[in-house]
Write a protein that binds this ligand. Structure first.
Ligand code: GLC
Length: 414
C-alpha cells in the first residue's frame, strides 16, 4: 500500500472505528515510569540535566506493588470513564513491557514483570477500552538525539522505534488507541516514516485509533491543558493534568476540584470532544488520595447525570452563555448545567424553540415552566442546589425542535 492509499483507507474506515470513542467522552490518562520515584515531574531527567548513568539505577530501585493497574481501572470505571491510556514509554526511554529490543525494560529490572500486560488485563477486567501512550522522543537511546543530523543514527533509531511499536501492537491482543507523543527531533513525518509506521500499526490493529502526534493528523487532535475544540470539525480529545504535573508530584498541590473537572467535561461535551484526565500514580502504583477525593463524587454525579454527557451529542455552539449555567445538547434536548443555583425560580432568555417538557435530570422530577416570547421561566425549584456532589444540577429541557438561543448585547434582539 502506498502513502496515498494508506491515507484513503484510514479516512474511509474512520467513521466505524471512531464511533465508540465519539460516544465515550471521558478517559483516564496514566503517567507512570521511573520518574515517579523522583516525584518531581516526568521531565525531571531533562529539567535537572540528570546524566543517563545517574538516572539508570532508577530501573533497579523501582518496586511497584502487585497489580496497581487494577486499582486504576476500578477507579476509572467508578468515575464514569470509558477508556484508559497508559504511558508504555515516556521520554526517559524506559520500557514498561517485555521487549526483545532493549533490556532497559520492566521485566529485566526492578519490577521484574510486564507492566503493560498487567495494564491491558486490568482494562479488560473492568470493561474499559485500552490505549497505549508511546513517546517518540527518547532521552536514553544513543541515537535519540543524533538521528536529527546523522543518517545512520536515524536509520537505527527508526528501526528501533518501529520495532517497539510493532511489539506493542502484536503482543497484547486488541488495542483501542495508540497515543503518540513528542516527535522531537525529526522535523517532518517523512523523516519519521510516520505513514509507513502507522500503516504497519493499522495492519496489526485494524480497528485502532491513532492520535495526531506522529506529525500526521490521523484520527484525532490532542489539545493539551486546554479544553478547546479542534479546527475544521475534527475529532478531538483534550488531555488535562489533574494538578499541573503528569507524573507523580506530591508538591503540586493545586488539584482541580470536582466542579472544575465537571466544567471540563461539559466544555468537551458541548464541542463534541473528549476529556482525557490524568492521574500520576506514586512509584508503587497507588493513586494519590486527592484524585480519589475528587473522582468519587464525580462518578456518583455521572451515574445520575450521564445522559447529559455520553453518547452522540450535538454541537452546542448555537447556544448563548448564561450567568447561571451552561449547555450540552442532544438532538431536540438541551441540558442546562446549572452551577450557580438561583433559588426557586430560574429564567433563561432567548430560546427560539418551543419547550415541551422540563425536568431535573438526576431525579426525573418534572419542573413547571412558563414560556413567553423569548423568556422561559422554570418555577417551583428547590431553594438551594439539589446536587449534593458538586453543586451542578442539570435541567433537562425537551424542545419541539433543535434548541437555539439568541441574545443580543442590548435589550431587544434586532
Ligand atoms: C507533553 C509532555 C509530556 C506529557 C504529554 C501529555 O507533551 O512532554 O510529558 O506526557 O504532554 O500530553
Amino acid at each position: 500500500m502506498n502513502e496515498s492509499e494508506y491515507f484513503e483507507m484510514a479516512v474511509k474506515t474512520r467513521p466505524t472505528r471512531i464511533k465508540w470513542w465519539q460516544e465515550a467522552r471521558f478517559g483516564m490518562f496514566v503517567h507512570w515510569g521511573l520518574y515517579s520515584q523522583l516525584a518531581r515531574h516526568e521531565w525531571v531527567m531533562n529539567r535537572e540535566r540528570i546524566p543517563i548513568a545517574e538516572y539508570e539505577p532508577l530501573a533497579d530501585s523501582w518496586h511497584p506493588k502487585e497489580r496497581p493497574a487494577r486499582e486504576w481501572a476500578r477507579l476509572a470505571k467508578e468515575s464514569g470513564m470509558k477508556y484508559m491510556v497508559m504511558t508504555s514509554k515516556h521520554h526517559e526511554g524506559f520500557l514498561l513491557w517485555d521487549s526483545k529490543l532493549s533490556d532497559y525494560n520492566a521485566v529485566k529490572h526492578g519490577p521484574g514483570r510486564d507492566l503493560v500486560a498487567e495494564y491491558v488485563d486490568a482494562c479488560h477486567e473492568f470493561g474499559l477500552r485500552c490505549g497505549l501512550y508511546y513517546s517518540l522522543m527518547d532521552w536514553h537511546h544513543p541515537d535519540g538525539a543524533n538521528c536529527a543530523h546523522d543518517d545512520g543514527a536515524r536509520r537505527r533509531f527508526l528501526d528501533y522505534t518501529q520495532g517497539l511499536v510493532r511489539e506493542l501492537c502484536t503482543n497484547y491482543g486488541k488495542l483501542d488507541i495508540l497515543w503518540y507523543d513528542v516527535s522531537w527531533p525529526l522535523r517532518t513525518p517523512a523523516m519519521w516514516e510516520s505513514a509507513k509506521m502507522n500503516a504497519m500499526v493499522r495492519e496489526l490493529q485494524p480497528d485502532i485509533l491513532i492520535n495526531n502526534r506522529s506529525q500526521l493528523d490521523e484520527d484525532f487532535g490532542t489539545p493539551e491543558e486546554e479544553v478547546r475544540a479542534a479546527e475544521g470539525g475534527r475529532n478531538w480529545e483534550a488531555c488535562m493534568t489533574f494538578n499541573g504535573s503528569w507524573g507523580y508530584m506530591p508538591s503540586a498541590v493545586d488539584w482541580h476540584s470536582t466542579r472544575a473537572v465537571l466544567g471540563m467535561l461539559r466544555t468537551a461535551t458541548a464541542g463534541q470532544g473528549n476529556l482525557l484526565l490524568n492521574v500520576g500514580p506514586a512509584p508503587d502504583g497507588t493513586v494519590p488520595a486527592e484524585a480519589y477525593e475528587r473522582l468519587e463524587p464525580l462518578g456518583k454525579w455521572l451515574k445520575l447525570n450521564g445522559e447529559a454527557v455520553y453518547g452522540a451529542v450535538s454541537n452546542a455552539n448555537h447556544m448563548e452563555w448564561m450567568p447561571t449555567g451552561q449547555w450540552t445538547i442532544k438532538g431536540n434536548t438541551a441540558y442546562y448545567w446549572c452551577n450557580r443555583w438561583p433559588g426557586k425560580q430560574l429564567t433563561i432568555g432567548g430560546l427560539q424553540s418551543k419547550l415541551l417538557h422540563a425536568s431535573l435530570l438526576a431525579t426525573g422530577e418534572s419542573v413547571c415552566f412558563d414560556q413567553q416570547e423569548d423568556r422561559l421561566t422554570l418555577f417551583g425549584l428547590p431553594e438551594t442546589t439539589p446536587d449534593p456532589y458538586a453543586g451542578v444540577a442539570v435541567l433537562k429541557l425537551e424542545f419541539e425542535s433543535a434548541p437555539r438561543q439568541k441574545l443580543g448585547a442590548g435589550c431587544i434582539v434586532l
